[in-house]
Design a protein around this ligand. Structure first.
Ligand code: PEP
Ligand code: MN
Length: 293
């Protein structure tokens, strides 16, 4: 007989959904990730300047975002690319939070920086390249901050769940799983958006799932369609790159939406989000499927 999903992922008991733990809603400021509200995280790939960050923060807030994203420490594959503003970037993020009321998510790349980043961020982002950096996972977990765990670009769903189990086992229950595309033989898009992973994670885990159509596609023209697909697959939220002038961005400009593009994407997503919510709230139905397995 075919093994159930719960049996297949039995190694990660804390990540698995059960009757006692159908879903985890993570409190952030005055809202929750993984609760009834679909949460949008938006902002530039990198923090570049006060003007760039504050104008973006203002804009995405007015269009419905709850969380401002922006990298201060950037994992760049070339040593000659912009590496991020570091502490200066964190300070700008904190200023944007004060002025707009948005929560802040930003990447922490090294265990040595966890305390510093945790002083400024509401949510710590563990990037794709660090999903299996277990000493970083441990340090981030121990900070007590909620964690956005991005799937490694060559990580399986099992690997992602293993990394999440690791954070949970260090006593931090507030983990969000992020599908941001994986490497495959397909090179037309920057990565291949693994929507089945979203459906599986929603099926087997109580943790919130966030999709990242920006890194999944690498192309701003595709971002709205991938966002819709991510929402329809059951995501609890999305993280999307937005820049006042994408062609001048210091990183990931090709996949960043401008303000009008972000507004259009959000307007377009509304009916899909409403539908997703209904599905997500159908816990009685999901419970029945679980019992039937
Ligand atoms: C980012 O969010 O800008 C980023 C570098 O993401 P990832 O780790 O998914 O590549
Ligand atoms: Mn980026």
């Amino acid at each position: 007989m075919k093994a159930t999903w719960q049996e297949r992922f039995a190694e990660f008991p804390d990540v698995l959904r059960s009757e006692a733990r159908l879903r985890t809603a993570i409190p952030i400021q005055d809202f929750e990730v993984g609760g009834d509200e679909f949460i949008t995280f938006a902002g530039p790939c990198s923090v570049e300047s006060e003007r760039q960050l504050l104008s973006t923060a203002e804009h995405v807030r007015s269009a419905g975002a709850r969380v401002l994203r922006g990298g201060a420490f950037k994992p760049r594959s070339s040593p000659y690319s912009f590496q991020g503003l570091g502490v200066e970037g964190l300070k700008l993020l904190a200023r944007a939070r004060r002025l707009t009321g948005l929560a802040v998510v930003t990447e922490v790349m090294s265990e040595c920086d966890v305390q510093l980043v945790a002083e400024y961020a509401d949510i710590l982002q563990i990037g794709s390249r660090n999903m299996e950096n277990y000493s970083l996972l441990a340090a981030a977990a121990r900070s007590g901050k909620p964690i956005l765990l991005k799937r490694g670009m060559v990580a399986t769903v099992t690997d992602l769940m293993r990394a999440a189990q690791c954070i949970l086992s260090f006593g931090n229950p507030n983990v969000m799983l992020c599908e941001r595309g994986i490497r495959t033989f397909e090179t037309t898009t920057r990565n291949t958006f693994d929507v089945a992973a979203i459906a599986i994670l929603k099926r087997v885990s109580h943790l919130p799932v966030i999709c990242d159509p920006s890194h999944a596609s690498g192309d701003r023209e595709l971002v709205p369609a991938l966002a819709r697909i991510g929402v329809a697959a059951g995501s609890d939220g999305l993280i999307v790159e937005v820049h006042p002038s994408p062609d001048e961005a210091w990183s990931d400009g090709e996949q960043s939406l401008d303000f009008d593009g972000f507004d259009a994407m959000m307007a377009d997503l509304e009916p899909w989000i409403a539908l997703g919510k209904t599905v997500r709230c159908g816990e009685a139905a999901m419970k029945q499927v679980e019992v039937a397995q």
